[in-house]
Design a protein around this ligand. Structure first.
Ligand code: IMP
Length: 199
């Protein structure tokens, strides 16, 4: 465990060097899997803000980039009701599409996105996620490329936020429980009060 300068981080789970090394591996895997094609990378905002540019730098075939912004959380809990806040600019029909996500937690958000993009009839549709938190999965998600599998802890940094803060940390760290409103494990596990209708 390495200590970090940020007072709200309990532990650095993935240091910058380790992330960059893994992204280099992912980039060459994608480069060889898509050789002879020109994939469209779809970055899911805002969590992809660090991962997507670093991944792009390690892909050495022609590709295009587009973005989509979704909202499925009420506070810090996944509701499964997803809204598209910003849609793709490009038509992806007949394209080889690779969704680039920061983290798959319950899978509800990505499950919706995957089905939505599938109806637009791309030639192929795959998922690349930096982090996978399988302990919290509610729906099966066909992930093709995974950076790291992480335990059920609330992580921030390298694009991941808590209330829009910490995205700029160059590493992935575990948020301290003492941070006000700490989200806790499996954010889809609703409390009695939440089930009673506060969202
Ligand atoms: P899901 O629908 O539960 O899979 O949630 C997906 C989205 O929730 C991700 O794209 C993240 O933006 C956010 N999220 C899930 N887990 C974490 C976490 O541990 N830290 C920060 N954001 C998270």
């Amino acid at each position: 465990m390495s200590l970090t300068a940020h007072p709200d981080i309990k532990e650095v789970l993935l240091p910058q060097k380790k992330i960059q090394q893994r992204i280099r591996e992912l980039g060459s895997e994608i480069t060889s899997d898509y050789a002879g094609k020109c994939p469209t990378l779809v970055g899911v905002l805002k969590g992809c803000v660090m991962f997507l540019p670093d991944l792009l730098k390690n892909i050495s075939i022609d590709c295009s980039v587009d973005f989509i912004c979704l909202s499925s959380y009420s506070g810090t809990y996944s509701t499964g009701i997803v809204r598209i806040l910003l849609d793709l600019r490009e038509n992806i029909q007949g394209r080889d599409v690779l969704i680039v996500e920061d983290i798959v937690d319950s899978g509800l958000t990505l499950g919706y996105l995957f089905e939505n993009l599938r109806t637009r009839r791309p030639r192929s549709l795959e998922i690349c996620t930096l982090l996978d938190k399988p302990d919290c999965r509610k729906v099966h998600i066909p992930i093709k490329y995974t950076g790291f599998t992480v335990p059920d802890r609330f992580v921030v940094g390298y694009g991941l936020d808590y209330h829009e803060i910490y995205r700029n940390l160059p590493y992935v760290g575990v948020l301290k429980k003492s941070v006000p409103g700490y989200p806790g494990p499996c954010r889809t596990a609703r409390t009695k009060k939440q089930r009673a209708g506060s969202f």
